[in-house]
Design a protein. Structure first.
Length: 278
């Protein structure tokens, strides 16, 4: 067995990218072997994949691209396969492969996070054979309420909270000074129409890019079950209903960076998941 490994989960957003670059040389982790991993669901927008690839090229992170390899045998868990920027799915295949075995992920049970993110990463990391494994999570100082109560027990570390103490404004200002950036609005990151995004954000995405809803509509129609007929059990709106709602007037989401110092809408709440973009 080898010694200590630090796993940097690369979501494809600005915050996790910043954390990845900082971890390369942060003195506190100099004795750790570091591995940067990105688990592709197939439903990230092309701009996210381009951004991850650019970060890797510019900063020499050697990001490991993973995808879920769903095993259709009862009692056998999801495995992983290593892909790269060129071969990574862009049509939702890993996600649909998961739906063939598991129910529609929803607000109560995030099968997608478990099977498409956590399982591939954990299996890959285990294969590396390290005695001690720590995971660096890209949660900022202004998000410290999201810190896990069992972080110490699970060997989870939060460099952005305790070592760098950076908030969202710092991250956006930092990216404004770089030669490249993630070419997406704040609400467009991660899986393009994720049910964990607020209703306002999903309606805005559908209004701006109606074609995004097509895949989600097909999945909901093809894989719905009586107990779980739709992705969104929080607002209880089907994709078909969202498409119709987006045709009507509504208060659209805005890019928080464009709002600058304006106060965010406190009621535009969404549940954070493992694959948070920022």
């Amino acid at each position: 067995m080898k010694d200590k490994l630090l796993v940097c989960t690369f979501s494809g957003g600005r915050t996790s990218a910043f954390m990845g670059l900082m971890l390369k040389d942060l003195p506190k982790y100099k004795d750790f072997k570091k591995v940067f991993v990105f688990a592709n669901t197939g439903k990230e927008l092309p701009q996210t994949l381009d951004f991850i690839n650019k970060c890797d090229q510019e900063w020499d992170l050697n990001i490991v691209w993973l995808e879920a390899n769903v095993v259709y045998v009862k009692g056998v868990g999801t495995n992983y396969k290593v892909v790269d920027y060129e071969t990574a799915s862009r049509e939702g295949k890993p996600f649909e492969d998961m739906l063939k075995k598991y129910p529609l992920p929803n607000n109560m049970a995030s099968n997608c996070t478990r099977e498409l993110k956590l399982a591939p990463i954990n299996k890959y990391v285990k294969s590396l054979g390290y005695k001690e494994v720590y995971t660096a999570m890209g949660i900022r100082f202004d998000e410290r309420h999201r810190e896990s109560n069992s972080a110490a027990k699970q060997n989870i570390v939060y460099p952005l909270i305790y070592d760098l103490k950076v908030d969202n404004k710092f991250i956006r200002d930092w990216w404004d000074r770089q030669t490249f950036d993630l070419e997406l609005k704040d609400y467009e990151g991660n899986c393009d129409l994720c049910f964990k995004k607020s209703l306002k954000k999903r309606l805005t995405i559908i209004k701006e890019k109606p074609e995004v809803a097509d895949w989600w509509l097909k999945m909901e129609q093809d894989y719905s079950r009586e107990a779980i007929p739709r992705f969104d059990l929080r607002t209880n709106k089907s994709i078909k209903q969202l498409i119709e709602m987006a045709k009507q007037p509504f208060n659209q989401a805005k890019d928080l960076h464009d709002l600058d110092k304006e106060q965010c809408d406190l009621f535009d709440y969404e549940t954070d998941c493992f694959c948070k973009a920022n």
